[in-house]
Design a protein around this ligand. Structure first.
Ligand code: HEC
Length: 235
């Protein structure tokens, strides 16, 4: 049952009532898992691997896993585990699940079987509907989130860079050297950002903006937007 259908079928419910009703549905796990398109990822075979195969994969595969994992996470996990993997308290904060074989084993156990307590499904199992490519992509997204506050020390500078990029994208002259310098600075900031899971590389807004930034005004706009969204989410 979709959220819209729920609201339309219960027009008498006020907003507070509707939200409470929806969270009860989620808490019982009666939500259809959403398919995740994993075609862009290399095949992993049938048997579950003991460890996240994308953690130390080549950069292209790693990035594809994060992108696919972000979408899979948002559609299947965020309603309980929180947007951007930042838990609101309804379910554990997955950013802290150790990026190790122990953490991976636990992850697969919960992913495949979910969790039922006293006959109540607290988390639905996804094993029958999503394959392990989807599982590990979501895992990669979650474990590469920056640690809480990991960007705090860089917020002011990132804001300045955002403003600079916005100005450049509006046609104010930017030379190639200036762009390259900003890109290098973003990459340097990205390298200092740590994960809470212990995963080797964090995928922060600094890293994303550095990837997006190029010579075109569109790319500057996109990078500025990435910084804006990330900085406001961090407030
Ligand atoms: C209906 C709510 C709900 C949904 C949807 C949900 N979870 Fe959970 N999840 C929970 C709850 C509640 C727990 C805590 C269960 C327990 O006590 O072990 C949990 C636990 C976990 C754990 C163990 C965390 C730990 O630190 O012990 C993992 C891993 C996990 N979920 C992954 C996922 C993933 C990945 C998705 C999406 C594919 C997902 N969950 C979707 C509610 C949910």
């Amino acid at each position: 049952m979709s959220l819209t259908a729920t609201l339309f079928r219960r027009p008498a419910l006020g907003l507070v009532g509707a939200v409470a009703f929806v969270s009860v549905v989620y808490a019982h796990g009666e939500v259809t898992p959403q398919p995740v398109n994993t075609e862009a990822l290399p095949d992993l075979g049938e048997e579950w691997l003991p460890e996240n195969p994308y953690r130390n994969a080549e950069k292209e595969v790693w990035l594809a896993a994060i992108e696919i994992g972000a979408s899979g996470y948002n559609q299947n996990c965020a309603r309980c585990h929180g947007l951007g993997a930042v838990s609101g308290g309804l379910a554990p904060d997955l950013r802290y699940l150790e990026a190790s074989d122990y953490g991976d084993e636990w992850y697969v156990e919960r992913f495949v079987h979910g969790y039922t307590q006293n006959g109540v499904t607290k988390m639905p199992g996804f094993g029958d509907l999503l394959d392990q490519k989807a599982a590990w992509a979501i895992r990669t997204y979650v474990e590469t989130r920056p640690d809480e506050g990991a960007l705090d020390a860089h917020n002011d500078r990132l804001k300045q860079i955002r403003d600079q990029l916005a100005e450049w994208s509006n046609g104010t002259a930017a030379d190639a050297d200036g762009i390259a310098a900003v890109q290098a600075e973003l990459a340097a900031i990205a390298e200092q950002v740590e994960t809470a899971s212990g995963a080797p590389i964090a995928d922060s807004i600094a890293a994303k903006a550095a990837r997006e930034l190029g010579d075109s005004p569109e790319s500057m706009k996109r990078a500025a937007e990435t910084l804006t969204v990330g900085l406001s989410a961090a407030q």
